[in-house]
Design a protein. Structure first.
Length: 430
């Protein structure tokens, strides 16, 4: 953190992190409710895979347009609407009487939560100097892991005590409370009347000292999609999200089905890898990266090493393919998701480091679109594999192959983490 500088900007980072925590409670609620939904609606593993992916379908389809909307209307207005929509989706899931209604509620949830990560990337980009962005981003990204570490056990116990409908109603109520907090707190720097002159100067100086590309003209979606750096970042982050959603959706079922652990303990054990991932996200992907950059280390190299090494640790999921005890499975899964979690804040900070500020929302939307397509594939394909093989070994092996492709994308296509050099004459902004 910048020495002696006011800290109001950190309130924004914590606010955005709280939003991720809340909306991931909504996401993990489904994995917790797998068995209860089987009883209520009689769904198979394949049907559960499709139901899990319903959220990602609408979420993915909204990513490209939401980037344009964010760049045009700003974080505050777009997120207020999004939070309200995802709150209503949770209540709708609690009230539905059939599988079709539940499917529709998950589609609505995806629409409401679609702006979250592109909005976070944009907010961090305008509120923080580049040397602080890794830790600021880690606060938001680690919340996604903390939601599983905290949410799966708590929602699991709530489900076992009062039923799955009340667990969805509870996440809806929490979301409405967050809407009130966000409505009161979030402002853009130029709109925040409580921002001190010293911190306002810090933000202004940060913009003046950024590379020229940061103040360049807005790029269209077409221009961005032609850039090697965009393709490499999307491929690498897509591989991360494949593993992330595979574990987010299927880990409790893997522990209870493949390793024959009772339902309550599968909820409790699921929290362990995600707790480890929360720590690596904050302390390696966030604090360590910012500390090294602040001490004068080569910033692009530091970020690249953490990005690639963390993604390589994700290959630990192969070890879980052949684990026969809960302890060994959890150790391999912790290595996998912990390494990926350390890389994630660096990945989410990259859009603001390589794209003009007016295009950060679009680039975040592109990356998140690829991530969600990967997440959809992971959830559905795993359902088919588990039904066909009664094992998770092939599903975990496929995720490892994708991670190898992602690492190649980072090394060959993304290259050095620096502003893109692109000619914009033939690509008017959208």
């Amino acid at each position: 953190m910048t020495e002696g500088a006011p800290r109001r900007r950190w309130r924004i980072a914590w606010l955005m992190g709280l939003g991720v925590l809340v909306n991931y409670f909504d996401r993990v609620n489904l994995s917790v409710s797998h068995g209860a939904l089987y009883t209520a609606f009689g769904i198979s593993d394949v049907a559960f895979g499709y139901l899990s992916a319903a959220y990602n379908w609408s979420y993915a389809l909204c990513q490209l347009p939401v980037g344009v909307v964010l760049d045009r209307f700003g974080v505050r207005r777009v997120q207020r609407i999004g939070i309200f929509i995802w709150s209503m989706a949770s209540f709708a899931a609690a009230l539905t009487t059939n599988l079709t209604g539940f499917f529709a509620a998950r589609l609505l949830l995806g629409i409401g939560e679609a702006p979250t990560f592109p909005a976070n990337a944009k907010a961090i980009g305008v509120w923080f100097p580049a040397r602080e962005r890794s830790f600021a981003t880690s606060l938001t990204d680690a919340a996604a892991k903390a939601a599983s570490a905290i949410g799966v056990p708590l929602l699991g116990i709530l489900l076992l005590r009062v039923g799955w409908r009340w667990s969805f109603a509870a996440t809806g109520a929490i979301s409405l409370l967050y809407l009130l907090i966000f409505w009161v707190v979030y402002r853009e720097p130029e709109e925040d009347a409580e921002l001190t002159d010293a911190e306002r100067r810090l933000i202004a100086e940060t913009r003046q000292n950024e590379p020229p590309a940061a103040e360049g003209p807005a790029l269209s979606l077409g221009a961005l999609l032609k850039q090697r750096k965009v393709i490499g970042l999307s491929l690498g982050f897509g591989s991360y999200n494949y593993v992330f959603y595979l574990l987010l959706t299927w880990l409790p079922s893997y522990l209870s089905g493949a390793l024959h652990i009772d339902l309550l303990h599968s909820f409790l054990y699921t929290g362990a890898p995600w707790l480890f991932a929360t720590a690596t996200d904050l302390f390696i992907g966030g604090l360590l990266v910012d500390a090294l950059v602040s001490r004068g280390w080569n910033a692009p190299l530091v970020r690249k090493v953490v990005l690639v090494a963390g993604t390589a640790c994700g290959l630990g999921i192969l070890g879980a393919s052949y684990a026969h005890t809960a302890s060994s499975a959890l150790a391999w899964i912790s290595l996998s998701i912990g390494g990926l979690a350390a890389a994630a804040p660096v990945g989410w900070s990259i859009p603001a480091l390589i794209a003009p500020r007016a295009s950060v929302g679009k680039l975040g939307g592109i990356v998140n679109f690829v991530c969600q397509v990967s997440g959809i594939t992971a959830q559905i394909l795993t359902g088919y594999i588990v039904r066909a093989t009664h094992s998770y070994a092939l599903a975990f092996s496929i995720s490892a192959i994708y991670l190898l492709l992602g690492i190649a994308g980072y090394l060959v296509l993304l290259g050095r983490i620096e502003p893109m050099k692109v000619k914009t004459a033939h690509f008017p902004a959208v």
